[in-house]
Design a protein around this ligand. Structure first.
Ligand code: ADP
Ligand code: MG
Length: 419
């Protein structure tokens, strides 16, 4: 009797629960994901949603996701109830059966009355082992679906794998680089974003990369900043290939500001200190120096909390211009030998833009770092040693600013059109 009862609760009931719970469990994992996504989306995008009067729709989407999850959770609870009920029923029946059999055995003298109590209580205790099984089985579907989602994330290949045996970067790191035959695309089926670029940044030089939107400028910056591996071609740095160096090493040589730099929901100080090594706790002097370079120091001094000012999620308490100047200060602070700036002045008014660029270029002259400035803006390029015009993933034109201005082509046309 006991064996039959244990088999029922330990095997049959869990199997039924697992079968019934499988489909809703899988949907539950998805529904939970949908609820989180729609909620986070609505919260982050709240200002835009309010501005377009689309908040109600977003809230409705969250409510729908919530209702779906509630429905599935209710079903899940029902299933757990079924499992617990069925287990209790079988346990009760088995205990009763063992009691009846035991009483009969005591009656005909084959069992002493004292062991009867032990027999019944042992039966009851035996079921404690199998009691949790139906609940676990009911959850199996949801757990498996959750696991599959996690493994999807874990199995995503890293965009930039560290080299197995990193080459040693010369010390001090080189201040010049040469790009040869660089090709990049965003997926095997995607068109080429860069179709074979040759470009050189000699040590100490100021190089600009110009071109219309979609030309591949940011893709180039991503390769140089080691966010993305080239599909073909090399970036030569210090006699080796950029891909062959340890990422931290490469970062000592090439650093800078990506097109959409992230500002963390913390203080100005913490946002800047990010660029310094952990062990660097030398006062705020260097931070202020970097802020001066990026023309942000006066504004920070005027803030009641100075460097301790909280900038809000994504830096929303700063203006767009202040955010880009903060990113610029951070890049300067990291003191790379080659500074790559991807549209660093896009959010600045013309006067500030010219002043910030002049300061950064002065700093480059004073400290001897090279600059690769990516921009679609033609103002203030006279100080550049060389300009490359990119279009559709190719180098369309290259030369000194004056040369390009005198020669028929994209640059001269753009100059004449006033940008
Ligand atoms: N994350 C991405 N996924 C797929 N295609 C992309 C991605 N980023 C950029 N591209 C494509 O690569 C090309 C170059 O883009 P980008 O380097 O951003 O140009 P630019 O900075 O000059 O405006 C464009 O055709 C763009 O659509
Ligand atoms: Mg870009």
């Amino acid at each position: 009797m006991l064996a039959a009862g244990l088999l029922l609760t330990g095997l049959a009931v869990p199997l039924v629960a697992a079968r019934l719970g499988r489909a809703p469990g899988e949907r539950q994992a998805e529904a939970r994901g949908r609820l989180s996504t729609s909620l986070v989306d609505a919260l982050h995008g709240a200002p835009d949603l309010v501005a377009y009067g689309a908040m109600d729709r977003a809230v409705h989407r969250v409510e729908e996701a919530d209702a779906e999850l509630t429905r599935l959770a209710r079903r899940d609870a029902g299933l757990l109830g079924f499992g617990a009920g069925a287990t209790a029923l079988v346990t009760g029946l088995t205990v009763w059966a063992s009691l009846l059999l035991g009483v009969a055995a005591v009656d005909d003298g084959s069992l002493h009355p004292v062991p009867l109590a032990v027999l019944v209580l042992t039966t009851l205790a035996a079921f404690e082992i199998v009691q949790p099984l139906p609940a676990v089985a009911a959850r199996l579907g949801a757990l498996r679906a959750g696991g599959a989602r996690l493994f999807d994330v874990l199995d995503t290949p890293a965009m930039v794998e560290p080299p197995a045996e990193p080459a040693a970067l010369p010390d001090p790191p080189p201040a010049g680089l040469r790009v040869r035959g660089l090709k990049v695309r965003y997926g095997p089926q995607e068109p080429w974003a860069l179709r074979g670029i040759d470009l050189e940044v000699p040590a100490g030089a100021k190089v600009a990369v110009l071109g219309p939107s979609g030309a591949g400028k940011s893709t180039l910056a991503e390769v140089l900043l080691r966010f993305r591996n080239p599909d073909a071609g090399v970036v030569e740095l210090g006699g080796g290939d950029l891909v062959g160096y340890d990422r931290d090493d490469a970062r000592r040589a090439i650093g800078g500001v990506p097109q959409d730099p992230h500002v963390f929901a913390s203080t100005l100080r913490e946002n800047l200190r990010l660029a310094l090594p952990d062990e660097d706790d030398g006062g705020d002097d260097r931070l202020w120096q970097a802020l001066e370079r990026a023309r942000l120091a006066d504004e920070v001094r005027a803030m009641p909390h100075g460097l301790d000012t909280e900038v809000g999620v994504h830096g929303t308490r700063l203006s767009g211009g202040m955010r880009s100047r903060l990113a610029m200060a951070r890049a300067v602070l990291a003191a790379p030998r080659i500074l790559v700036l991807d549209e660093p002045t896009a959010h600045l008014d013309p006067d500030t833009r010219d002043a910030v660029m002049a300061d950064v270029l002065d700093a480059a002259d004073a400290e001897g770092f090279s600059t690769l400035l990516i921009t679609h803006d033609l103002a203030g390029l006279e100080r550049m040693d060389r300009i490359y015009v990119l279009s559709e993933g190719r180098v369309l034109q290259q030369g000194a600013p004056q040369e390009l201005a005198d020669r028929a082509g994209w640059y001269r046309d753009a100059l004449r059109l006033g940008r």
